[in-house]
Design a protein around this ligand. Structure first.
Ligand code: NAP
Length: 321
């Protein structure tokens, strides 16, 4: 039986990846940091199937203990401070989690289980304002926010440990990916939730930032499948994980409100406070390499993903009433 250790188990991707690995017959360990108010909403259904290890990316000893104890064949680092706007208000903490946390984890692997295969959750935010579109695995990094800078550091450390120490360590550069487990602070879920709230008479309006902003969105379940496929290759390599297409926020709003049978223009207002201080533009990933080498394709098109999330939000809200 293969063993896997997931950091960020309580997050969107960690919870889906754990499900996928359990389906594949893995023994799964999840690193979880202590929370006084509880952070297990996304993993309560996994209770008894995943072994929880207490640890924190800020704490070297806890990472070494987790790797030593689990002796995993595969390690997926999905933990990070993952919200870009917060990285402007807490830039140093973002660097501690998202950049230096990866150094701590790589050192733990090198010292405690150097033959483990390592996946690092890199991000399209490393490209910032890219000078080409779509971006490929060779596009220059020009991060434009503290989160992107921290992810760029982590990306290069992962590659450096591969080159210097021969670790099987690789980066998946994911673009925005969504699901019903996504936080409502992220625009996609904010919109699907907002449309459902308005439909149910629980809200009157939805305030958004730049409706013309475009994003490359895919489904989190597609993304975690790509992560797993990356670690099944003979040689470690880095890949872009994306849908390969962009849609505007306006298109997303329209699709979500169509799902609930409402005219979005009657409910949506634009609030410049929601504009990102540093809006990244034209981020769209080329999936040529991952398609060619791993035979991976996203399976959920944009419209289907919007429908899935609106349906989920409607159901969740009506159950809560
Ligand atoms: P998420 O839902 O925000 O989950 C982040 C996870 O990291 C949570 O489990 C959180 O634990 C954990 N964490 C935060 N700080 C930690 C620390 N100091 N020590 C240990 N664990 C810590 O993120 P996600 O959407 O699943 O994303 C997974 C990874 O992909 C992240 O690295 C993210 O930056 C990256 N990424 C995501 C996207 C996307 O669209 N989702 C796109 C590009 C890259 P708590 O529950 O305790 O907070």
């Amino acid at each position: 039986m293969k063993k896997a250790l997931i950091t960020g188990l309580t997050g969107q991707d960690g919870s889906y990846l754990a499900e996928l690995l359990l389906e594949q017959g893995y023994q799964v360990f999840g690193l979880v940091r202590r929370s006084s108010s509880g952070n297990a909403d996304r993993i309560s259904h996994l209770s008894g199937t995943v072994e929880i290890l207490s640890g924190d990316l800020l704490d070297q000893c806890s990472l070494m203990d987790a790797v030593s104890y689990a002796q995993p064949d595969e390690i997926y680092n999905l933990a990070s401070q993952s919200y870009v706007p917060l990285s402007w208000t807490q830039p140093a903490l973002t660097a501690e989690y998202t950049a230096l946390g990866v150094s701590r984890l790589l050192e733990s692997i090198r010292r405690c289980k150097s033959d483990a295969r390592f996946y690092q959750a890199s991000s399209s935010e490393v490209f910032g304002q890219p000078d080409e579109s779509p971006q490929t695995e060779r596009t220059a990094f020009r991060p434009r926010n503290p989160y992107g800078v921290a992810k760029a550091y982590a990306h290069w450390m992962t590659i450096n440990y591969r080159q210097q120490y021969g670790l099987y360590s690789c980066c998946g550069v994911t673009y925005t990916h969504e699901s019903p487990r996504r936080g409502t602070e992220f625009v996609f879920r904010k919109i699907t939730r907002g449309a459902a709230l308005i439909k149910m008479g629980l809200a009157k309006e939805l305030k958004l930032g730049n409706l013309d902003a475009k994003r490359d969105w895919c489904y989190a379940k597609d993304a975690v499948r790509a992560m797993w496929m990356m670690l099944q290759q003979e040689q470690p390599d880095d890949y872009i994980i994306a849908s390969g297409e962009t849609h505007s926020v306006r298109e997303l709003v329209q699709t979500a409100f169509d799902c609930v049978g409402l005219n979005w223009e009657e409910y949506v207002s634009v609030d410049p406070n929601f504009y990102r201080p540093d809006e990244a533009v034209q981020l769209v990933g080329s999936i040529d390499k991952i398609r060619r080498q791993l035979n991976w394709e996203p399976q959920y098109p944009f419209k289907q993903l919007v429908e899935l999330m609106v349906d989920h939000d409607l159901k969740e809200l009506s159950e809560a009433q």
